[in-house]
Design a protein around this ligand. Structure first.
Ligand code: ZN
Length: 244
């Protein structure tokens, strides 16, 4: 089975559609949360995702929109975008967000899915090897896929060695998921923050137990135009051109 692994779409339909078109054949989507927030097309992104066989988690922005996450820790721009999304997201999509879990264990394949971290499924940023090391103690599976940082990353815990190895993901290069315990972030579809403006995603092959990371260009101007029309914060619109 081929899984399209994505995270942090952030209401960016042009980016989501570019990923879906680029991914080729896949059997199911695993989405690690933050479907909405920041971007201009929350309804369209929810509809597109739900048209597929889907496992989807709740991210902090999804929960903020349905008032299950305080906006106190959000930046002013993120807060404004969350209020905008509350005003525009259709009621059935809000109810769907209510049903999303914070963490899912795919026991048969030894994989944990989480938005932020297994210690704090919606808020902690796994942004260093030290944090990753502590998180390894919190999962029961050898593999964990996470999002939230918007930065593609892989942290390995070699079986017979002490410490954590932080590696860069390389596009189009399958990574074996069976050698060590691993945390992998496939990057963000709709708001990359690794200075690469292209949408990020990964394909997980559950037979071969490999993950292959990809980047794809999308029509950034189209998303920016819609953000301008919606009067979403300028900085959120501009950052898509810088990947930050
Ligand atoms: Zn996010």
């Amino acid at each position: 089975m081929r899984i399209l692994l994505i995270s942090d779409i952030h209401s960016n339909l042009a980016a989501l559609d570019a990923v879906i078109n680029d991914a080729g054949r896949f059997d199911r989507i695993w989405c690690l949360g933050d479907v909405v927030g920041y971007g201009p097309q929350p309804n369209e992104c929810v509809e597109r995702l739900r048209s597929f066989d889907l496992v989807c988690l709740a991210g902090n922005h999804d929960l903020a929109v349905i008032d299950k996450q305080s906006l106190d820790d959000f930046s002013p721009d993120a807060r404004d975008a969350a209020f905008w999304t509350r005003d525009h997201l259709a009621a059935p999509h809000c109810r769907w967000l209510e049903t999303l879990p914070g963490m899912v264990v795919i026991a048969e394949h030894g994989i944990t899915l989480v938005h932020a971290s297994p210690r704090d499924p919606v808020w902690e940023y796994i942004s260093s090897a030290l944090i990753a090391e502590r998180c390894f103690e919190s999962i029961s599976t050898p593999v964990c896929f996470y999002g939230h940082t918007h930065v593609p990353a892989i942290f390995r815990k070699p079986t017979y060695e002490v410490g954590i190895v932080s590696e860069r993901l390389t596009v189009n290069t399958p990574v074996p998921l069976t050698l060590d315990r691993v945390f992998v972030n496939p990057g963000s579809v709709g708001q990359p923050r690794d200075e690469d403006v292209r949408a990020a995603y990964a394909i997980v092959d559950l037979e071969a137990m490999t993950l292959t990371y990809h980047r794809v260009q999308y029509d950034i101007s189209a998303t920016q135009r819609l953000m301008q029309l919606a009067r979403l914060p300028d900085r959120l619109r501009r950052r898509l051109r810088f990947g930050e």
